[in-house]
Structures are given as structure tokens and as C-alpha cells.
Design a protein around this ligand. Structure first.
Ligand code: EPU
Length: 338
């Protein structure tokens, strides 16, 4: 086990804010992970498990150990006439798994193309985009219990998936390290182009009968045009969740703002586009020092270079306050704050 001290997190988190961790180590196998978890130096220390670092914001130095999961591998577990079960290890880049499947015509995750981060982070927040969520294709999750080191499988139902939510963010938060996921994909795929922006993009591309490759290409085009590349401009994708509000509050907002952007939610509730709310408050494209709100997608906060995690966090608090004041809606951060 190689243990780094006073390790800069700037290059291993996509916000690229300047913060340090007391210790940093990487594992590429279950055996290495067991060694880390059993190490007397680290046992008593707080630790954070990091995959691609694409959904975290550190507001200050971390006085503990950062452990990065680098277990790799994609394999076919079983298949029948219609379905194929693909197991992907937690350290694989999510988009590489998407490409593996799209190139073999295994359908189900093409709408989730180009989501940054690793496979292991996927089930924690039930990644979703353009009308599909991971829960739609997830068969099971394999994870290690941190205190007992036992390996356990969680079925789709046991993961208790919700909108950007799962058991790993709720009652089992911090108790498990995800080792891999098994996806159930279709060998005779049907595409899902129900999301407005996606069907419009396919139309622009002149595609009338889209394949999963077309869908993947369209999603890549949309994401690249709207969402900043974290290698060029630090960010962690959507900083906030789209808020789900009561229909009553929705009607009140609609009276004063007939153009409010909304999506259907469960009975009695409506989901609003947080990007729209933030834009209406005048934040889109704004910059305070090196922390800013992206010019093309107000849901994304960016680091122009030297913003500290604290400055980005403070900007997010100002945004939450102004949306609350103007619309009476409480935005919730989607990014994990440490
Ligand atoms: N909008 C604005 N102004 C903005 C941004 C959005 O008015 O600055 C309005 C537009 O009307 C737009 C609508 O909001 O049509 C929806 O925008 P978009 O399609 O970009 O989706 P979103 O609701 O802002 C969510 C996810 C994204 C995901 C897209 C596409 C969350 C928190 N975010 O964003 O996920 O890619 O839908 O499905 O649910 C992520 O989680 O990091 C992420 C990028």
C-alpha cells in the first residue's frame, strides 16, 4: 500500500479547487482495499472514497485519508436471447462502459453517454440524463461493508433508488464501498427519445430511425454544447437538484411566471428546472472572483481557475437564498460537500 501525505486534490477532483488531504491512497483490487481498511494507521481516521471526483466539493483541507477506487474490468456475466448482463468494476470510467455497450449494440445506457465520473459513483446518486436513470438498467450492486469487510450484493429494489438518491446516500451512507455493478441490457434495443432536447437534436442531425449509436452521438453533442468540459473549466455537473414542489406552490409560481419550466413528478407534485429558476434570479453567467455560474447552463457552477471550495460553496448559498426569496423554493445541493 502506497500512502501519500499532504496530497493535493486539485487534479483528482473536477472542480480543481486547491485543497489538500492529510493522506491519499489508491487500490486496484479487493485485496488492496482490505489491506487499507485493516491498516492500523488508517483505521482510526476519517476517510472519503473517491471515484472520478466529479461530484464533490471540498470546502477546506481534509484531515483524513482519501481512498481512490481504481478496480477496473468490464465483462459479460450471462446472456439469453434478449438480455445481456454486463459487470463493470467501480473504477472504470462510466463513459467507457457506455461506449463498450453502444459499440456492441447492447441497449439501455446510451442516453447516459458522457456523464463524467466512474462506475462506482453511479448507483450512489442514481445517475440520470435525457429520460433514463441508472435504476432502469441496474441489475445488482456489489459492495464491501467497511466495518466487517464482507462483500454483499444489493438488488435493484434493495438500492432504494430515487431521483439522484439511493440507500448509499441515506441509511447506508458511508457504510459500503461499491466494488462493481451488473447492468441488464437489451440485445434488441429500443431507443428512448422521449426527452425533448434529445428528439430535437436527432431531428437536427437528420436521423429519423435512430439507433442507440445515434442516440449516444446526439447526447454527446448536447452535453458538449451545454456542459463545460471539466478539464478546461472546473465544475461538477449540476450543482443543485431539480426541486420537487407541491402542485399548489407550482400554481402560485405559474400565476406570476407563466413560462416556468417544469416536468411531471409523482402525484400532487411538480419538478421544476432549477436552471430556469437560477437564471430568472439573474445568476446565469455571473462571476464572483473565480467562482461563477456557467453561461450556458445555470445549474452548473464553475471554477475559472483559483476559486477555493469555500468561495464556490458561498456562491451556492447566495443562489439558494435568492431562489428562495423570489420563488419560495428551497434548492438542494446535488454535489457532495466535504
Ligand atoms: N433551463 C433554463 N436555464 C438554464 C438551464 C436550463 O431555462 O440555465 C431550462 C431550459 O428550459 C431547459 C430545461 O431547463 O429546457 C432543462 O434543462 P436541461 O435539459 O439542461 O436539464 P436540467 O434539468 O437542467 C437535468 C440533470 C442533468 C441532465 C439533464 C438532461 C439534474 C440535477 N440535472 O438538468 O444532469 O444531464 O437533466 O437530462 O437533474 C448532472 O446531474 O450533473 C447533470 C448534468
Amino acid at each position: 500500500m502506497k500512502l501519500f501525505q499532504n496530497y493535493p486534490l486539485q487534479d483528482i477532483t473536477t472542480f480543481h479547487a486547491k485543497v489538500f488531504a492529510k493522506y491519499y491512497t489508491v487500490f486496484s483490487s479487493v485485496e488492496f482495499l482490505r489491506q487499507i481498511l485493516s491498516s492500523p494507521e488508517l483505521k482510526t481516521m476519517p476517510f472519503i472514497l473517491l471515484g472520478g471526483g466529479s461530484n464533490v466539493l471540498f470546502t477546506g483541507d481534509f484531515n483524513g485519508v482519501i481512498i481512490r477506487n481504481a478496480i477496473e474490468g468490464i465483462e459479460v456475466i450471462k446472456e439469453d436471447e434478449d438480455a445481456i448482463f454486463i459487470k463493470a468494476s467501480a473504477g472504470e470510467k462510466w463513459h467507457d462502459v457506455v461506449l463498450y455497450c453502444v459499440n456492441r449494440n447492447y441497449g439501455g445506457i446510451e442516453n447516459l453517454s458522457l456523464i463524467p465520473g466512474t462506475v462506482g459513483a453511479g448507483p450512489i446518486q442514481n445517475i440520470g440524463a435525457y429520460g433514463v436513470e441508472l435504476k432502469d438498467v441496474l441489475h445488482e450492486v456489489e459492495a464491501m461493508n467497511i466495518s466487517t469487510q464482507e462483500i454483499r450484493k444489493f438488488t435493484n429494489t434493495e438500492c432504494k433508488f430515487g431521483y439522484r438518491d439511493s440507500i448509499f446516500k441515506e441509511e447506508e451512507k458511508g457504510n459500503y464501498i461499491i466494488l462493481g455493478v451488473t447492468l441488464k441490457l437489451h440485445k434488441n434495443p429500443k431507443v428512448n427519445v422521449s426527452y425533448g432536447t434529445l428528439s430535437k437534436e436527432l431531428e437536427i442531425m437528420g436521423v429519423t430511425k435512430p439507433t442507440i449509436k445515434d442516440v449516444s452521438n446526439a447526447v454527446i453533442k448536447i452535453r458538449s454544447s451545454k456542459l463545460p468540459d471539466p478539464d478546461k473549466l472546473g465544475n461538477a455537473g449540476s450543482f443543485f437538484k431539480n426541486p420537487v414542489i407541491t402542485n399548489q406552490l407550482f400554481e402560485e409560481i405559474k400565476t406570476n411566471h407563466p413560462d416556468v419550466v417544469s416536468f411531471p413528478a409523482m402525484d400532487g407534485f411538480t419538478k421544476l428546472a432549477a436552471g430556469w429558476l437560477i437564471e430568472q434570479c439573474g445568476w446565469k453567467g455571473k462571476r464572483i472572483g473565480d467562482a461563477g455560474v456557467h453561461k450556458d447552463q445555470a445549474l452548473v457552477l464553475v471554477n475559472y481557475g483559483d476559486a477555493t471550495g469555500k468561495e464556490i460553496y458561498e456562491l451556492s448559498t447566495q443562489i439558494i437564498n435568492s431562489v428562495k426569496e423570489k420563488f419560495g423554493v428551497e434548492l438542494e445541493r446535488e454535489v457532495n460537500i466535504f
